[in-house]
Ligand binder design. Sequence first.
Ligand SMILES: Cc1ncc(COP(=O)(O)O)c(C=O)c1O
Length: 462
Amino acid sequence: MRPQASRHLPEPFRIKMVEPIHLIPVEQREERLREAGYNLFAIKAEDIFIDLLTDSGTGAMSQEQWAALMQGDESYAGARSYHRLKRAVEDIFGYRHFVPTHQGRAAENILSAVLVKPGNSIPSNMHFDTTDANIRARGGLPVNLVGESAYDVQDPHPFKGNMDVARLEAFIRETGVENIPFGMVTITNNAGGGQPVSMANLRAIADVYRGRGIPFFIDAARFAENCYFIQQREAGFSDRSVREIAREVFGLADGMLMSAKKDAIVNIGGLLCMNDADVFDHVRNELILREGFPTYGGLAGRDLDAIAVGLYEGMDEAYLSYRVAQTAYLASRINEVGVPTIQPPGGHAVYLDARAVLPQITQAEFPAHALAIELYRVGGIRGVEIGSVMFGRTDAATGKVQYPKLELVRLALPRRTYTQSHMDYVVETLAKIKERATAIRGYRITYAPPVLRHFTARFDPL
Ligand SMILES: Cc1ncc(COP(=O)(O)O)c(C=O)c1O
């Protein structure tokens, strides 16, 4: 028998509508790579066989969600769709006020516009990059205080998203409560490998923030996966349902913001919730200025209905056990063919350790990029490089290049979209790459924009 981690749970759904995908011949894939300047962001989706670029907005909606879309009320104000979503949001999260937004970063923008003043600091375990950018855009400083185990690829700690609470306390003492308009935590910690945060840590974070009068907001994009990990991995929670755990989690905070494109399993949407009526008044005004009237927030009425249904489906425990098992299955089979991955596997993605596969390629020659390109060339699979292309920086003063600690390729799993045989195909492709890994060479950049270069840079193989 296989160990528990490699046990695959059958998909808890059957397929009644299909979207064809094609594996174009290898010569065409090589041609597409040349045309794209060896940047996978520049390849057309129709030329990808298995697309693991992101789990955001790429999941498959259920028959109930598609049926709910048909009920969408497109009234400008007070639509029935809004009230259906309001009931779901109040039921699940329990906050007094909420607005829909067109996606997660819109909620971040509005909260930052209302609360962040130049010179303020906002602590979290790790801010996602859009949260980081929205805080900076208002003159604030995002501060990451995740525990050290988050940076150790092989550390099997079950809650590597946990914040270092002692550092948080020290940080607040040094910075001063008056310079911290709110504090955050991200569940699960996407920027740190999709790792969960324990209930014990959430309680401790809440004590610190609220004990000092700092409003506490949760970035809850993958809250259901996080609550499922608490149920499975934390002592004392095995008898509690994911819904009950979610209730406790959100009861610890003063508000939350969320990209609904993840655990609400919709293609577009977001939420911003809070208890404070005065802050909410400002939020509503800002929303009207930038997104739309508060009962639709930049979305169509039908989108609100799809979110209302998807929030419950995202917490369904049969679905969550399959989802987490699929990720664990992919990781353990990849490990079996000799490719190390971040341990333990998180909820939504598997992260390949590219330097372990391609030790001959130095960071100056982009090993994770080379591995991502091979996945497409050999198998038509698209992942995303999280290494020296994304995070390499040239120090303006010294001209020296600073490289990130890790060279990773992230394979993010869209929800309810790919089956076990797709996962097996990914593993077989990696096994082929591993066999001829010593022959794989690195890349050099031929064009790079000044910021966020990974999206549009062009490369030549060495
Ligand atoms: C943790 C987290 N927060 C915020 C966002 C931003 O959400 P959106 O892409 O909907 O703007 C994301 C998206 O990936 C995320 O993973």
